[in-house]
Design a protein around this ligand. Structure first.
Ligand SMILES: [Zn+2]
Length: 388
């Protein structure tokens, strides 16, 4: 691939590389030690990586490192039994199966993390359709923060557990021990594992917390509204970067999203430039500035005292519900007219949908729709799930 790119400026497709395998196997004997389907999968993954590069979604692919996390994909022929897996060319491997596997097996990915633990992610098709989202039930707005991890529009606040800070002293000691060991020595390697173990512990604690909280929020509510945060952008603030890195907002949003979709619930994101903190949720009056250290404030017009975060969460919920209402009325209008000028009908539908109450119209004014997001987003992966 590298040589083709240097010579022609183009790449080969994953399937073209796959076709080269038999010839390469003659040249390099060790290639036939590996299971053939895994090699094919690697070729397809390489094709996707180059495709992402050519379409400017990613940097030029690098060689896989032998250090750190390792992984291997079996697109077919892995069998799962009660307490072991049967893997081609490897044989039976003892495993803890933590949930029943019902359905057709697709891909099995074996991975090893930095502290030498092995995992098998089993992808299977259970043949069930995605449940249609219902529109009845409770709606909740969730604002995330650093003092409190999450604040819901019901007024409940969840503490930020700060797992990294909790283990920071331990990590520091182990890192110091590591740096005292001679390079390339066996003791250094042992020490390195100890550092990795602490990192692993922190990750596990955080994941556990996020899974439990997101599960609870999804179970209790039908519609979940959050802010569409630019976590990477926020990390540029070097005073907050460490705190933002350990809090795990991005992972939390991802969990909320897939958990909601699995159960036919609605997950809605609100634009990050929507002024959720600065708007009074009672009279929709907007204040000019609200420094981060102001935790409670009083509205000038209606003299309500707001808790900063709860007010933001309520505003997020209202804004999310407004977006859903607009989308529903727009799709209904489209069904009725069957006209090709969907843009025109959508605009009218939006006006009609919002014409009901003066309160609703104010909601629209409180929102600033002229802000657009950049087009830097990644497309969904184009990897085929299975070649089997
Ligand atoms: Zn007010």
């Amino acid at each position: 691939m590298n040589q083709t790119y240097i010579d022609t400026g183009y790449g080969l497709s994953g399937y073209e590389v796959k076709g080269l395998i038999p010839q390469l196997k003659k040249e390099y004997e060790w290639l036939s030690l590996a299971y053939s389907a895994c090699l094919q999968q690697v070729c397809l993954n390489l094709g996707v990586a180059f495709n992402n590069f050519f379409e400017k979604r990613a940097k030029y692919p690098r060689f896989k490192s032998k250090h750190g996390r390792q992984s291997l994909q079996y697109p077919q022929n892995v069998k799962v039994f009660d307490n072991y897996l049967k893997i081609p060319k490897v044989g039976d491997v003892k495993a803890v199966i933590h949930r029943p596997i019902q359905g057709k097996l697709k891909t099995v990915t074996i991975s090893k993390n930095c502290c030498d633990q092995y995992f098998a992610s089993v992808l299977f098709d259970d043949g069930k359709e995605k449940p249609e989202p219902l529109t009845e039930g409770k709606a909740v707005g969730i604002d995330v923060g650093l003092t409190h991890f999450a604040i819901t529009s019901d007024g409940s606040k969840f503490d930020n557990p700060r797992f990294f800070t909790k283990h920071e002293r331990n990590l520091k000691r182990k890192q110091q021990q590591l740096s005292r060991k001679q390079k390339g020595s066996n003791n250094r390697n042992k020490s390195r594992k100890k550092v990795a173990k602490v990192h692993c512990k922190i990750t596990n604690c955080r994941e556990d917390f996020l899974h439990k909280l997101s599960r609870r929020l999804v179970d209790e509510n039908q519609v979940i509204v959050t802010e569409n945060l630019n976590v990477k952008g926020l990390m540029h603030n070097h005073k907050l970067a460490k705190a933002i890195h350990q809090v795990g907002w991005g992972m939390f949003m991802t969990m909320l999203k897939y958990k909601a979709e699995q159960e036919g619930k609605i997950y809605q994101e609100v634009d990050r430039f929507f002024p959720s903190s600065k708007t009074c949720h009672v009279c929709l009056n907007q204040v000019d500035s609200l420094p981060l250290d102001v935790r409670t404030w009083t509205c000038d017009k209606c003299h309500t005292t707001h808790d900063r975060d709860v007010n933001a969460a309520i505003n997020l919920r209202e804004e999310g519900l407004r977006i859903l209402r607009v989308r529903n009325s727009a799709s209904q209008a489209e069904c009725k007219t069957h006209s090709r000028q969907t843009c025109g009908t959508r605009d009218k539908a939006v006006q009609r949908g919002l014409g009901g109450f003066p309160h609703e119209r104010l909601r629209q004014e409180a929102y600033c729709p002229d802000v657009r997001r950049g087009r830097g987003g990644r497309k969904k992966s184009t990897t085929p799930l299975s070649v089997g």
